[in-house]
Design a protein around this ligand. Structure first.
Ligand code: UD1
Ligand code: UDP
Length: 382
């Protein structure tokens, strides 16, 4: 089977590298890797660590890109890729513009699309924006739906996706996380962070790890998050570590408000290995990220989710994640509670993996191999 794997952003690369490596290890597949490079530096960071060099790089990222610009550029460039590579199937992951447009483009050429991390829904088309609608478009077109959890599979069934097209696999982010965590040399990781200006992580301060980038948080949300961090940083036993997304809508407000605080460290986006190390060393996480919401419970770290909705309710249901929105008072209140209330902290830091067990990639490959085998048998019978 000739399979083309398409991605463009940091989280897609993190969640697809274990699948690409497994596909390459199997005799059933010829793999073409296409990066739209919707992200540039943040994507290259992951590809370097995963040792993946794309066969095609569309290099589409522009500073402060808009959704229509990005959509148009990917659509025309990806069609040419499909024409040249003529794959039997296309694989996409998640909910980005790259994933949605690669799906649409494949549909125009009647090439089946398989969707990794299918079925996540918040129920609100403007939150996350535009990811909720991207996912719905992909589900409408996709051939095989790899749902990470039973709840995601149920959402797809409710939307009339045929049952025999839905496979519960777990989320490949847990494959990536466990592979990476297992290989980290703590001393090397700590030295790398010290090179980034971080004080030793074993002093008495508790680390609060922060990430933020969602488009629906641009309209005042980033400023409100900054206010909450300033409030939290009034505690002398806190060190806020914040690898800042390079989007100008994030960097601008965060540098302005938080740039010079002695207990807040703004860092550039971290390579996956030091980021996982930070996750494993922090006290709790404040984030609006999808992937970080999935990784933190696996490492037993409480997560305060700075959003009004989540399409990943499993962490909230299990009690390790809490939706706190972007009201600065609420974020600070819940953060301070995690600092002060030991029993509450222990309840929220129960390590568990509602999102996967580290074997999602292999399950996906098995389903695809069955599809390939089925096709070969059919052809030889003709
Ligand atoms: C995108 C995805 C989002 C995903 C996020 C992961 C869409 C619509 N959004 O959002 O679903 O959660 O990636 O991070 O697909 N930039 C750089 N260097 C980089 C990456 C980004 O400078 O390596 C800057 C550029 O100015 C770029 C801007 O960030 O224009 C926004 O990038 P974009 O991919 O449009 O949006 P994200 O917020 O990253
Ligand atoms: N991540 C990373 N370095 C960082 C911040 C995040 O490697 O400085 C990883 C994180 O572990 C997770 C993924 O990036 O796997 C999440 O990406 P992001 O928050 O950009 O996107 P989302 O998951 O919200 O789509």
């Amino acid at each position: 089977m000739n399979i083309l794997v398409a991605f463009g952003t940091r989280p897609e690369a993190i969640k697809l590298f274990p699948v690409i490596l497994a596909l390459r290890n199997s005799r059933d597949f010829n793999v073409t890797v296409c990066s739209t490079a919707q992200h540039r530096e943040m994507l290259d960071q992951v590809l370097r660590i995963a040792n993946i060099e794309p066969d095609v790089d569309l290099d589409i990222m522009r500073p402060n890109q808009t959704l229509p610009q990005m959509t148009g550029r990917i659509l025309s460039a990806f069609d040419r890729v499909l024409e040249d590579a003529a794959p039997d199937r296309v694989m996409v992951q998640g909910d980005t513009t790259t994933a949605m447009v690669a799906t649409l483009s494949s549909y125009y050429r009647k090439i089946p699309v398989d969707h990794v991390e299918a079925g996540l829904r918040s129920g609100n088309i403007y939150s996350p924006f535009p990811e909720e609608v991207n996912r719905k478009i992909i589900s409408t077109v996709a051939s095989l739906h790899f749902a990470p959890t039973p709840a995601a599979a149920e959402s797809l069934r409710r939307e009339s996706v045929p049952k025999d097209r839905i496979f519960i696999t777990g989320n490949t982010v847990i494959d990536a996380l466990l592979k990476t965590r297992g290989k980290i040399d703590d001393a090397v990781a700590a030295r790398g962070l010290a090179d980034n200006g971080l004080p030793p992580l074993d002093d008495n301060r508790r680390i609060v790890l922060v990430t933020a980038h969602r488009r629906e948080n641009f309209d005042g949300g980033m400023e409100r998050i900054a206010s909450a961090l300033l409030k939290l940083a009034e505690r002398e036993d806190i060190l806020i570590v914040f690898p800042v997304h390079p989007n100008p809508n994030v960097v601008g407000p965060m540098r302005n408000r938080l740039g010079n605080h002695p207990r807040i460290r703004l860092l550039p986006p971290q390579d996956y290995v030091p980021f996982v190390y930070l996750l494993s060393r922090c006290h709790f996480v404040l984030t609006d990220s999808g992937g970080v919401q999935e990784e933190a419970p696996a490492l037993g770290k409480p997560v305060l989710v700075m959003r009004d909705t989540t399409e990943r309710p499993e962490g909230v249901t299990a009690g390790t994640a809490l939706l706190v929105g972007t009201d600065p008072r609420r974020i600070a209140e819940e953060g301070l509670r995690l600092m002060a209330d030991r029993v509450h902290y222990q309840r929220m830091s129960r390590a568990h993996n509602p999102f996967g067990d580290g074997r999602a990639s292999q399950r996906i490959i098995n389903v695809l191999a069955d599809t390939a085998g089925y096709r070969r048998q059919k052809e030889s019978a003709l």
